[in-house]
Design a binder for this molecule. Structure first.
Ligand code: URA
Ligand code: CA
Length: 434
């Protein structure tokens, strides 16, 4: 087999065979095929697309390029949740203990990564003592006993995806549905998921800005999952404004605690119940979505979900007393209220720009070397569609620097007040393979 023939075939709009896909993924991972040939093939895929078989084959070739996590020693159906990412997305912190409280095993492998705030692990590290350095056996034992544990990414997972993603980044081929869908799905499958619930965000703060694009990506991932034997479904949810009120690491842990008590923001609560119900269905812990939702509400109301969160923190060295005393979480030196300049209704809170403001405060990383300040961030006081009076606080800035004038300017530029505005729809679509 020759790489040049594979490139020509895709350039001419033909479908690649299983063997051809295997050949280029293996060859590239091993360093036997040069960047320039793979770049050329990626661009051909960008223009000519891939059919369902090619997408499934590409996904599995990337899965098999490295280690696969074997979770078979954990009893039950391992359902993983994946979000395409947004601003102030506190869902994982709430969902992990919440669904574990229904005896659904949550064996979560998580990362740090770049972004407006830290990843799930960074957020959890706001809790003094919490760590993710577990051996494989400790991890499996914890999930079997208490149904939830989080470990850092370890091992050599999907090295083909790492190389291809880096190459796509510099060849203008990131934005391709077959390439994005196979990239995301390969990582979930390599991490050992039996079933997958996808939260595909749409709006200003999302990777997919329009609902059409989000739908296309969601459908592509659901088809891949189904075609490789993993029950998969997707929820398309709103990310035009940040999710919940908190954007920042310790602030989001506090928000997660409130949500597990049933006192969280309406949108975060609704999204968590929607995703959690789908997870319960896939894990066969409920037979209907309505029944699943009832069970989730029950463990929130009777305190089981909150206790599960305490147990989870304690198991991984964390000081669980923060759950009853959130003031023990890292505190910023300055809390600065940003008052509304006029009265009206909140029309827009541009999610990605507010995320950038949180990053300027130090809540996230721009490069891998950056250090995160866990205490800082932004708390929204109003969401789109809510009334505001001149002088009311729009947001509070949590900062360790006294001068926040630039952040304040950015906030004013990206929270728009008008005479009328509607509350945006949170759940846009539910996508299953039916
Ligand atoms: N996220 C991924 O993991 N892969 C992509 O290709 C795009 C976004
Ligand atoms: Ca939030």
């Amino acid at each position: 087999m020759r790489m040049i023939d594979i490139i020509a075939k895709k350039r001419d709009g033909k479908a690649l065979s299983t063997e051809e896909i295997q050949f280029f993924v293996d060859g590239y991972t091993k360093g036997e095929i040069p960047d320039y040939q793979v770049s050329s093939l990626l661009m051909a895929i960008y223009f000519e697309d891939m059919n369902d078989d090619e997408r499934a084959n590409l996904t599995m070739a990337m899965v098999h390029s490295g280690d696969m996590i074997d979770l078979s020693a954990i009893s039950g159906i391992k359902v993983d949740k994946h979000s395409t990412g947004g601003v102030g997305d506190t869902t994982t912190l709430v969902l992990a203990p919440l669904v574990a409280a229904l005896d659904i095993p949550v064996a979560k492998m998580s990362g740090r990564g770049l972004g407006h705030t830290g990843g799930t692990i960074d957020k959890l590290e706001s809790v003094a003592g919490f760590h993710v350095e577990l051996t494989k056996n400790e991890f499996i034992d914890l999930v079997n006993r208490d149904k939830v544990a989080v470990v850092g990414q370890s091992g050599n997972l999907t090295p083909a995806d790492k190389k291809l993603y880096a190459l796509r980044d510099v060849t203008a081929t990131v934005n391709s549905i077959p390439l994005i869908a196979s990239s995301i799905m390969s990582k979930k499958i390599a991490a050992g998921a039996d079933a997958i619930v996808l939260d595909v965000k749409t709006g200003a703060g999302a990777f997919m800005k329009t609902e059409e694009d989000a739908r296309e990506l969601a459908l592509a991932m659901v088809r891949i999952g189904t075609n490789v034997g993993r029950k998969t479904m997707a929820v398309i949810s709103d990310m035009s404004q940040p999710l919940g009120f908190a954007i920042g690491n310790a602030l989001e842990v506090k928000e997660a605690i409130a949500t597990l008590k049933g006192e969280g923001p309406e949108d975060l609560t609704e999204l968590v119940l929607t995703l959690g119900s789908q997870m319960a269905l896939l894990a066969q812990k409920a037979t209907t979505l309505e029944g699943a939702r009832q069970k989730l509400l029950e463990v929130i109301q009777n305190g089981t979900a909150l206790n599960k969160f305490k147990e989870f923190l304690t198991n991984q060295g964390g000081d669980a007393s923060v759950v009853d005393h959130p003031e023990k979480l890292p505190q910023a030196a300055f809390q600065i209220a940003v008052p509304a300049k006029s009265s009206g209704v909140i029309k827009q809170i541009v999610a990605d720009e507010i995320g950038v403001a949180a990053m300027w405060l130090g809540a996230g990383r721009a490069t891998k070397e950056d250090e995160i300040d866990l205490a800082v961030g932004i708390m929204l006081h109003k969401k789109v569609g809510e009334q505001v009076k001149q002088g009311d606080p729009l947001v509070t800035i949590y900062s360790n620097k006294k001068d926040v004038s630039e952040v304040m300017e950015k906030i004013y530029a990206n929270i728009k007040i008008a005479d009328h505005a509607e509350k945006p729809t949170l759940i846009h679509q539910i996508i299953t393979n039916e």
